[in-house]
Design a binder for this molecule. Sequence first.
Ligand code: ZN
Length: 273
Amino acid sequence: MLFGVAVLAGLAPQLPAQRTAPALAHLARPLAAAKPSAGTLLPVVTTLPEPLAASSPGPVPPGNPPVKAEPPDCSRLKCVALTMDDGPVPGTANVLDLLRRKGVHATFFVVGQLARRHPALLRRMVAEGHVVGNHSWNHPEFFGKKARTIRGQLAHTDAAVRRAIGRDPVLMRPPFGEVTPKVREACRRLGEAVVLWDVDPLDWKDRKASTIAHRVVKQAKRGSIILTHDSLKTTRAAYSDIIDGLRARGFTLVTVPELFGGHLKAGRVYLRG
Ligand code: ZN
């Protein structure tokens, strides 16, 4: 691994300059847009479900996960990690089709209540070489929340993921990038690294595929972690150009663990490789 791990010892992450508090407030929109009124999906569940039974995981397709001959060597390659938040939604299946056609592995930060609804999509992610991370149960703000509430949000999502794919996530992305000491402590206990981003195309705000693709391709640097939302139709329409554009610039698309050579520490905050 060429780049040092972006470990932040402080209590709050050093978010990129433009990610000020007002901007964070606006980041609430991606999931809000997924309300039924927007024609996309889910009723917003405000209460956590009963703890999921420790039942055996759902069946994993035989022969999977695929054995990769060699993981990408990001000390040598210009690696970037494409991450996808707020799903899975039915349209995520089309994203998986595209990633398979392109031979790209991504990292999906899933919302627990959707993971419970679409376990087959999670199984497909893992079977096709992608990584599944925790993005809370129902996408609340974490600022000001009690430790117990945060732990519940993460633990319930872990249970839904475990039920679908037979193992717990090792990555967590807090809704709106809101990291507090309580969030970090919860992740440390659950064995999850906190993954933020350094490239944000503002895909929740500007719903035009060409604009989103242009911003990602232009802003990406070696080691970048790219924030996108597979829950958004316009973003899904941008992925093909994003992948082609990044490759044209010489980037290799990898998962977040691959970006860090597998060395991620629970409770630590990562912005880029
Ligand atoms: Zn989100």
